[in-house]
Ligand binder design. Structure first.
Ligand SMILES: [Zn+2]
Ligand SMILES: [Zn+2]
Length: 304
């Protein structure tokens, strides 16, 4: 299967940055679209270090108002004012999150040089595009409202070059017209319809991002059938009680979600610095339940 989403982990530590891991932020790309999910302190520098640049970065999805997920917004908004890499930036979050980020935006001295938009989110569709939809789903954390995000590519039909060849449609503008949904005349004067050169419908890719949350059944529902699940795994199972108390998950719980939801691959994210010397334990614990588990590491990119 071909590549659909690009994901770059910018910050994979919980609460505080460590030598190896910055606080929460992840970049998602789809064609020429780019989203930042969460924006902990120092995120703009992580974007630069990852070689991604700010071009096309027009959407920021914020999971909740804790500072390790939003404190980088002040710097990012100020830099966007100076460099103006985009004309428009849309920030998505719950009311408490938007309130805090609006305050940060207020610290920027001169008037805003780009169109900054605020989108209050609740569960359900939050963004739609010709080829994909983004949904927010509720997570359970120590705040009134917190969210995870689903990126769902719409079903698609692939162009079949052999079929076009057979019907006498050469590469070029005529094929583009067919792809745009137009019918036209083939080499022998016959009508060629888009259906004649498109393969069967294939389901789109699904990417699911679980930001801060304790374990609950709704996560399995949200992640059902995902090609890739990125999930917080702040604690190890030995500290499961503490995890639940502070609204977080263990590696074993994230792995159970991946297994029960039937996902293809799991990335563990938002690791507590308390285990910095024993990170291999996250993988060992999770792989006993869901073998295709990996650790999200700062500045690493994956494709889905
Ligand atoms: Zn957090
Ligand atoms: Zn939090």
């Amino acid at each position: 299967m071909s590549t659909t989403f690009g994901i770059t982990f910018l910050g994979t530590s919980a609460a505080v940055p460590t030598v190896k891991r910055n606080v929460s932020a992840t970049l998602v790309t789809y064609r020429d679209l780019k989203w930042l999910i969460d924006c902990g302190e120092g995120t703009q520098r992580q974007i630069t270090r990852a070689g991604n640049g700010f071009k096309n970065l027009t959407h920021v999805f914020l999971s909740h108002e804790h500072l390790d997920h939003i404190l980088g917004m002040g710097g990012l908004l100020a830099t966007f004012n100076m460099l103006q890499p985009v004309k428009r930036l849309a920030v998505y979050g719950n009311p408490a999150t938007l309130g805090r980020v609006r305050q940060m935006a207020g610290f920027i001295g001169r008037s805003l040089q780009y169109d900054l938009q605020w989108h209050e989110i609740s569960e359900g569709l939050i963004y739609t595009h010709r080829q994909l939809d983004c949904y927010a789903f509720a997570t359970k954390h120590r705040v009134k409202r917190s969210y995870g995000f689903v990126f769902q590519e719409k079903p698609r039909r692939r162009f079949q070059p052999e079929a076009a060849e057979r019907l006498g449609i050469p590469p070029g503008p005529e094929r583009r017209r067919l792809l745009a949904g137009e019918s036209l005349r083939g080499a022998n004067g016959q009508i060629v319809r888009p259906d004649d050169v498109l393969g069967p419908e294939e389901p789109g890719k699904k990417l699911v991002y679980v930001s801060d949350s304790m374990y609950f059944d709704g996560l399995t529902e949200a992640a059902a059938g995902a090609h890739c699940l990125i999930s917080e795994a702040t604690f190890l199972q030995a500290d499961a009680e503490l995890a639940a108390e502070v609204g977080h998950m263990t590696a074993a719980q994230a792995a159970s979600v991946a297994r029960d939801a039937g996902v293809e691959v799991l990335y563990l994210n938002h690791l507590s610095q308390r285990y910095a010397q024993a990170e291999h334990l996250f993988l060992e614990e999770a792989r006993r339940i869901f073998p295709n588990t990996h650790l999200a590491n700062d500045l690493e990119s994956i494709t889905v």
